[in-house]
Design a binder for this molecule. Structure first.
Ligand code: SF4
Ligand code: SF4
Length: 368
């Protein structure tokens, strides 16, 4: 739930959730100004290393050298940054990279943000690291965060290697280890696991297999993200983005017998898109050394500024302000052509997603 509700206790959030979603659906989101309030969510890259080279990676589409730096997040930087007045409203955090689990101290570092009032911490892994028994045992012994989301992107070994841009891996051991982590905690507690899949016109036919795999591994949820292309001409190499209604989605949305919670982002077609992006509005995105990015889908760069040297709200860095100005102009004219190039086909502009609850056996459209 969004900005104001971030500060409410969980039981109260659950009580007001249906009314909140109704209200959210009827309030049209837009940028009132290119200057925004302090961030409520932190996207923290723990390392700039990544064993994968996913063709769909929006960071690599923008800069092929993104993961060629040896940066690692330090305890000193994390503590100083979270203690800064610019971070006092942050309540949720995503630990990514690169591949976050390649950071040797990640499981002790993720305990720190709770001391600064952050209540929900998600680690995102590309799955490749979960071939390592040692890290799997350490996660099982020490679940000091809330969610482990594995970006699996495929339901079999060949597709997995294709989606990750790698030539070998032990896919079965990745699956076995996800199942072992999932079996090590009680459902409904503070910890959960999920799988995510980037969907494009090539792999949409595999939706049902991916859901079946999530059910077999007994994870709590599976999330289907619509692929982003940052430049139109990237489509020929990474596959067409889903931009119109698809029978595969209809088939999945018709059924209600799944044993797993499911989130499906709709196609990038105009009725599902708006002139707003929550990441651009509320997220602070940092590289391990504190390089800023305008949002969580654009690679960090010194040219956007460094967190350490900020004298004002870092999410009002000139590049982010410029992007918001372009959103405001595009909305005023009702013309998506005026949007920044990288935002035109970005799923962060979607109004919401279809959600299936395994407990309520029901699909509903949840607004972002
Ligand atoms: S695993 Fe993630 S960060 Fe690494 S290349 Fe793939 S999408 Fe990019
Ligand atoms: S819509 Fe634009 S600003 Fe928002 S996450 Fe995507 S690329 Fe970034």
């Amino acid at each position: 739930m969004g900005n104001i509700t971030t500060f409410l206790p969980d039981h109260f959030k659950n009580l007001i959730r249906p009314y909140y979603y109704w209200l959210k659906r009827h309030v049209r989101k837009s940028f009132k100004s290119s200057i925004v309030a302090l961030p409520s969510h932190l996207n923290m890259a723990f390392t700039m290393k990544c064993q994968a080279a996913c063709p769909h990676c929006y960071f690599l589409q923008e800069n092929t050298a993104t993961f060629k730096r040896p940066e690692l997040l330090t305890q000193k930087f994390l503590t100083n940054m979270l203690g800064s007045p610019f971070c006092k409203n942050i309540r949720t955090m995503t630990c990514g990279g690169g591949e976050a689990l390649l950071h040797p101290d990640i499981l002790s570092l993720v305990k720190i943000p709770y001391q600064f009032g952050i209540t929900q911490i998600q680690i995102v892994s590309n799955g490749i690291t979960l071939q390592d028994k040692d890290i799997v045992q350490r996660i099982i012994a020490n679940k000091s965060f809330n969610t482990l989301q594995v970006s699996l992107d495929a339901a079999n070994a060949d597709d997995f290697m294709l989606k990750k841009g790698i030539t070998k891996c032990d896919f079965n051991s990745i699956l076995k280890n996800i199942a072992a982590i999932t079996a090590s905690y009680e459902k409904g507690g503070h910890f959960s696991t999920g799988l995510s899949f980037v969907i494009n016109a090539r792999n949409i036919r595999d939706l049902s297999q991916m859901i079946k795999l999530a059910e077999e591994l007994n994870v709590d949820y599976c999330h289907f993200a619509t692929q982003q292309v940052t430049r139109d001409d990237n489509s020929s190499t990474i596959g067409q983005t889903v931009e119109k209604e698809q029978p595969e989605y209809d088939n999945v949305l018709r059924q209600t017998s799944y044993q797993v919670d499911i989130n499906i982002q709709p196609p990038l077609q105009s009725n599902f898109l708006h002139y707003f992006c929550a990441s651009l509005a509320h997220h602070l995105s940092l590289s391990p050394e504190g390089r800023l990015a305008p949002c969580c889908h654009i690679p960090w760069d010194k040219k956007y500024g460094m967190f350490d040297s900020c004298r004002e709200n870092p999410i009002n860095n000139p590049a982010a302000v410029n992007l918001r100005d372009m959103f405001i102009a595009a909305k005023k004219e009702g013309n998506p052509v005026l949007l920044p190039q990288e935002c035109k086909k970005c799923p962060r502009r979607l109004k919401g997603y279809f959600h299936f609850s395994r407990h309520r056996r029901k699909w509903q459209f949840i607004p972002y």
